[in-house]
Design a protein around this ligand. Structure first.
Ligand code: GRF
Length: 204
């Protein structure tokens, strides 16, 4: 029996964080295997990255569903069929519905390009530049029913320079994201995280 834990990754676009997880798996950095990549967007470049790494893919084209409810029902069916130990959102552009969250309580991770709770939602790097913060970064958190509001697993900080625009800041933060996400996945799969209230405590 494969002792490796099963990870399902949900994507919508470029997939550079998926790539970071693929590279980490190749190096046996965490005790898990990416069992499936699901995209809500048939044109997501992330799908090519998965195919190149021989990871099964599944496209659930959101535009072909009559409602979010129907889309989520299909997504849930697929997720349940995969029996994942962990679901990773990696540039997945939809809010995960309550039903899925309840089926996988605190088993869904997301990466967000700001130091939460600052700048949740879309265009976090643009929000940070416009606000004028001097430090930003990225956050890996467990997914709850709110918007980027679940318990924080790890954060990494970087400087915001006066010369930054949202693109240059996004590029800088992305480098930290690619380090941070595999670390969080490792801690999760090695069962080193304990959730106490809304705090995630690292054990061991
Ligand atoms: C990343 O900045 C991630 O933090 C955010 O969406 C972006 C996805 O990038 N949730 P990629 O698809 O992983 O390259």
């Amino acid at each position: 029996m494969d002792p490796k834990k099963r990870i399902v990754v949900l994507v919508s676009g470029r997939g550079s964080n998926l790539q970071a997880l693929i590279e980490a798996e190749k190096k046996d950095y965490f005790p898990g295997t990416i069992a499936l990549v699901i995209s809500d967007n048939p044109d997501a470049y992330a799908l090519s990255r998965a195919e190149r790494a021989d990871i099964p893919t599944c496209v659930l084209d959101y535009s072909t569903f009559n409602s979010k409810k129907e889309y989520e029902a299909e997504l849930l069916k697929i997720l349940l069929g995969e029996s994942p130990d962990l679901i990773c959102l990696a540039g997945y552009m939809r809010i995960v519905g309550k039903k899925i969250i309840h089926h996988f309580p605190y088993r869904i991770l997301n990466i967000h390009p700001s130091l939460l709770p600052a700048f949740p939602g879309l265009e976090a790097q643009k929000q940070a530049v416009e606000y004028g913060v001097k430090i930003s970064g990225c956050t890996v958190h467990l997914v709850d029913e709110g918007m980027d509001s679940g318990p924080i697993v790890l954060q990494a900080a970087c400087s915001v320079w006066d010369t930054d625009d949202s693109q240059s800041l996004a590029d800088r933060i992305l480098e930290y994201e690619h380090q941070l996400y595999p670390k969080a996945v490792k801690l999760f799969l090695e069962e080193k995280l304990k959730i106490v209230g809304r705090k995630v405590i690292r054990e061991g």
